[in-house]
Design a protein around this ligand. Structure first.
Ligand SMILES: O=C(O)CCC(=O)C(=O)O
Ligand SMILES: [Fe+2]
Length: 374
């Protein structure tokens, strides 16, 4: 009896030690050679990817690749090409919930400096990264792991650095001070992506027939929220058992996503999971839940997830843009009529925060929770 109790206590202690290790993130976990995925990361059979990505093969190891609609930003800024470019934008947002943005005009040096600075941030010793670990959702800087670290029953194979980007002068002093150039490169990237977002969202409004100028909502976007998420997915010994990120949609209006050349991002398109081929120097732009609510369901936020692979580390940088946290999101009167009644409740940022701290955010559950009975 005595012995059995001692063994149980011992197991509990071992388990607690493992749990402490998992809470420190997958990068730290992978600092020791690792040949099996620990149970904490193993998904139930039905949530695992059916096909894994084999980065040593050209064709993504059999997972279907999708050729995404492309939007050429230089056409949006050219008055004679703008009407056709707006039609492509509308079609992509209605039918895919995302598009590939090419010729966006952000200097390649700004983009590569951000990727390089982020790579060096994650390469630092755990103790340096751990300085920014926080469970406070409102903290201007947050280092962490998995999807929702305090809620996930199964952990995902990702570490992240989240940076609140506005108001820049207030948040910047909180951002990581090491590597030494990190703040400067990340601030330049945040400013460039924010300016690009402002032009894109203006085009999105116009593509819904809301008029280019004088829209009061544009003034709100000028003061809007921006969250930068740097994702790091180390190689995984058994990539078929887990995910880098579970299926989810992003909460904001638009997400500008920069992925490196390692495949991993998949979107759900016509009931199938399809891999989004990285195109060097371009952005993936996602429709988020706030835009789906604002557009009264016309533009759909896209369900996406991330696969990991056995050989290559992958990094992505997402910037999520929306209205200020104090704003209420609702469709403008032009997008609501008898034939197209309101589909979602008024939504603000506080309702989103309340939701994610009470439920496990999965799939498009937040949006579902805002649906009105029609
Ligand atoms: O890593 C990726 O490609 C996607 C990341 C993502 O979905 C997110 O940060 O919300
Ligand atoms: Fe996402």
């Amino acid at each position: 009896m005595q012995q059995a109790m001692a063994a149980d206590e011992n197991n509990d202690m071992l388990y607690e030690d493992d749990e402490r290790l998992y809470q420190t993130g997958v990068r730290h976990l992978c600092e020791q050679p690792i040949f099996k995925v620990p149970g904490r990361y193993i998904l139930p059979l039905e949530e695992r990817p059916l096909r894994v990505i084999d980065t040593t093969k050209l064709n993504a190891g059999g997972a279907p690749l999708i050729s995404l609609p492309a939007v050429d930003f230089s056409e949006l800024t050219n008055p004679s090409d703008r009407p056709a470019a707006l039609r492509s934008l509308a079609e992509a947002c209605e039918n895919y919930g995302l598009f590939q943005l090419v010729n966006h005009g952000i200097p390649s040096e700004v983009m590569s400096a951000m990727v390089d600075g982020s790579t060096r941030f994650f390469e630092q010793p755990y103790e340096e990264r751990a300085k920014y670990m926080s469970s406070d959702m409102t903290s201007p800087v947050r280092y962490g792991t998995s999807f929702n670290q305090s809620k996930d029953r199964v952990f995902c194979w990702r570490d992240f650095l989240k940076l609140t980007c506005r108001p820049m002068a207030q948040v910047l002093p909180h951002w990581p001070s090491s590597p030494a150039d990190f703040r400067v490169v990340a601030a330049a990237y945040a400013e460039e992506t924010n300016s690009l977002f402002l032009e894109l969202v203006e085009a999105v409004l116009e593509s819904m027939g809301l008029g280019r100028d004088g829209s009061s909502i544009m003034n709100q976007f000028e003061e809007g929220s921006q969250l930068m998420v740097v994702n790091c997915y180390p190689p995984c010994p058994e990539p078929g058992l887990t995910l880098g990120m579970p299926p989810h949609s992003d909460y904001g209006f638009l997400t500008l996503l920069l992925q490196d050349q390692v495949r991993g991002l998949q979107i759900q398109h016509r009931e199938d999971w399809v891999t989004v081929e990285p195109i060097h120097g371009s952005f993936i732009v996602n429709v988020g839940d706030h835009l789906e609510i604002f557009s009264n369901g016309r533009y759909k936020s896209v369900l996406h997830r991330v696969l990991v692979n056995a050989t290559k580390s992958r990094m992505s940088i997402a910037t999520l843009h929306s209205l200020p946290h104090s704003s209420t999101i609702r469709p403008p009167p032009e997008l609501v009529d008898e034939g197209n009644p309101r589909r979602y409740m008024d939504t603000d940022f506080a309702s989103f925060l309340r939701y994610i701290s009470s439920c496990e955010p999965k799939k498009k559950n937040f949006l579902e929770s805002r649906k009105l009975a029609t």
